[in-house]
Write a protein that binds this ligand. Structure first.
Ligand SMILES: [Zn+2]
Length: 365
């Protein structure tokens, strides 16, 4: 490891003053590397803070050009960058901020063919992507390469952060959402609005978690989803458990290679089976605007029910299913998960596409 120059000693003074970082920690950062996947709202603040902090090698993968509508939140870019490739504009900005660093441009999209090769030379992945195929690919590549993945996502006024790193303990992204992009998360495939400072909050949290991992200080949020509600000014922590049946990191994995996963708008399974933890995470997800459907009897419903659930007993479903909205996701449950699975199959045959079944029912809840 190279000795720090006096310029560097000055630049990183506020780091080295921290007993948890010190010279040794700063030298660790200078010798470390991070791959930022997607250089948009999340990748911008993450890249700026990681570069300022002296992370020695920063790779950026993105195949987009800067558009004027990006400037409202993608703070790496300036007016003069409009129409430039994002990786080039980003590299110029980061080098101007900190000439110590090696900035590596990957002007492409992450694909099953390039993900392992590109990813293998970095210590940590920061997911700044805005689409499900890239998110799954990033998760799977990080898992196969045993690299921690700092996850972030935003929607309108809400954001989430976690660290997925089964090799350090804790779940992967597929433990949470096993496969196929859930329809609720990509409404109409249209670009959603977002208040500009929100990706600043979430991307900065991602940079913080990446720095903690590189410095090996504190505790990464393994098995925790940090959820930020900007309108209520609230942070909540949602517990995520490892899914023993996860197709990637579970006990009997069936996924052993990278694959292109779905389309941003695709829905292919007739319904998703969710375990209790996944269902709780779904209900806590600010992107979810669905309806909980209880297919038990009125007596069972009266005894105990999930708040806001809609009672429609399985026996009455064939006559009454049209009461259920077709344009909202449905989370169907019963006591043990058998009746609700039947209900999901029936509803799928009637053309319902956004169906989730609470596996194990309320007993598992
Ligand atoms: Zn998993």
């Amino acid at each position: 490891m190279n000795e720090m120059t006096s310029d560097q000693e000055n630049r990183y003074l506020r780091h080295t003053l921290l007993p948890q970082v010190g010279r040794e920690g700063q030298e660790k950062l200078l010798a470390s590397s991070v791959l930022i996947i997607g250089c948009g709202g999340l990748g911008s603040p993450a890249a700026l803070y990681l570069a300022a902090a002296g992370v020695g090698r920063i790779g950026i993968i993105d195949d987009d050009q800067v558009e004027r509508s990006n400037l409202q939140r993608q703070i790496l870019f300036a007016e003069a960058d409009v129409q430039r490739p994002k990786v080039e504009a980003a590299a110029d900005r980061l080098r101007a901020l900190n000439p110590d660093l090696e900035i590596v441009n990957h002007p492409s999209r992450l694909t099953p063919d390039n993900a392992l090769q590109i990813g293998s030379s970095y210590d940590i992945f920061v997911d700044g992507s805005d689409n499900f195929p890239t998110r799954y690919l990033t998760n799977d590549a990080a898992f196969f390469l045993k690299k921690p993945l700092v996850y972030g996502s935003i929607f309108q006024f809400d954001g989430q952060v976690s660290v997925f790193a089964p090799s350090l303990g804790g779940p992967c992204y597929r433990c949470l959402l096993p496969d196929a992009p859930p329809a609720h998360a990509v409404p109409n495939c249209a670009e959603a609005g977002v208040l500009g400072a929100l990706p600043g909050v979430i991307g900065s949290l991602q940079a913080m978690e990446a720095l903690k991992l590189l410095l090996e200080i504190g505790e990464p949020p393994l098995g925790k989803l940090i959820s930020y509600d900007a309108l209520r000014s609230e942070f909540r922590t949602i517990r995520l458990r490892k899914n023993p049946n996860c197709i990637l990191c579970g006990e009997q994995p069936t996924l052993d290679t990278l694959r292109a996963e779905g389309h941003a708008c695709a829905v292919n399974a007739p319904y998703n089976d969710l375990n209790a933890d996944q269902a709780k995470a779904l209900l806590a997800d600010s992107e979810w605007h669905g309806l909980i459907v209880d297919v038990r009897t009125p007596e069972e419903h009266a005894a105990a029910a999930l708040s806001g659930s809609y009672l429609l007993p399985l026996q009455e479903l064939p006559q009454r299913f049209k009461e259920l909205p077709t344009d909202r996701p449905l989370l169907v449950h019963c006591k043990a998960g058998i009746r609700s699975a039947q209900a999901c199959l029936f509803l799928a045959e009637q053309g319902y596409t956004q169906l989730s079944n609470l596996a194990g029912g309320l007993d598992a809840w």
